[in-house]
Design a protein around this ligand. Structure first.
Ligand code: SAH
Length: 230
């Protein structure tokens, strides 16, 4: 099976590339894609650059040009839920866009006509992740991830996102990748390790914990690949 693994930043895919070892490099659509085999699967790996637009381009290319049959996202996020401390893992049961606002027309926050506020992740990938978590004795919280083109470093904005979407974590790419995969009918899974808690100290924490948290997420994603069937 051909599996796409994507991150948003170089730091998020570097630990994956280091582990898979031999790969070939292909340049396409303003980005670099790495192809290799791992755990009996063909992989295409890339980081998109930050935000919803770049991540949607990369996910689309992985599906259309590289024929990915499943897509796994690995990266870091700001924690909202009190259960999530820096370094903890969260997997998205569903994702939404917290910065979509056409409420002037009577729509709820996050809603785009002919779409839906939430996009659900693939249940069988969530089940595999739960099994891997149990095998490794690692805690992975399942919850809602809210995505927007903003680095959230404000207790007020974080509280609003929690109240409006019941979100457990927030980041800048998950929901756009979910939207692409949903439209191409490709099962997807979004995993994030917490790098900060999206409040006043978020910028400093992010810089301190980006690399260590990205590694936690990358390690789990590769273990999942080893457990994916044909
Ligand atoms: N320091 C980087 C910018 C990082 S933006 C630079 O200067 O280039 C934050 C990235 O980590 C995004 O890809 C996002 O998905 C994730 N993220 C982690 N914490 C976040 C937060 N508090 N708010 C929004 N995104 C966050």
């Amino acid at each position: 099976m051909k599996i796409a693994i994507m991150g948003a930043m170089r730091e998020e895919i570097d630990p994956i590339l280091e582990t898979v070892g031999n790969y070939t490099t292909i340049e396409h659509a303003g980005n670099v894609f790495y192809e290799c085999t791992y755990g009996g699967h063909e992989l295409v790996i890339a980081y998109s650059k930050i935000g919803k637009v770049f991540s949607a381009i990369t996910a689309s290319v992985m599906i259309e040009r590289f024929h990915a049959e499943k897509l796994l996202f690995s990266g870091v996020a700001g924690g909202i839920s009190k259960d999530l401390k820096i370094g903890d893992l969260v997997m998205a049961s569903a994702l939404c866009q917290h910065d979509v606002d056409i409420t002037a027309f009577g729509h709820p926050f996050g809603f785009i006509p002919e779409g839906s506020v939430m996009i659900e992740a693939d249940k069988s990938l969530l089940a595999i992740a739960s099994k891997v978590a149990a095998d490794l004795s690692v805690k992975v919280k399942e919850g809602i991830i809210a995505t927007g083109d903003q680095f959230v470093a404000s207790a007020e904005r974080k509280a609003w996102i929690e109240a409006t979407f019941k979100a457990d974590a927030l980041e800048m790419e998950g929901a756009s990748v979910a939207c692409v995969c949903h439209n191409f009918n490709v099962p997807f899974f979004v995993l994030r390790a917490i790098s900060d808690t999206a409040d006043g100290d978020a910028g400093m924490d992010f810089d301190t914990f980006l690399k260590s948290s990205a590694k936690v997420s990358a390690k789990f994603i590769l273990t999942m690949v080893e457990h994916l069937g044909d």
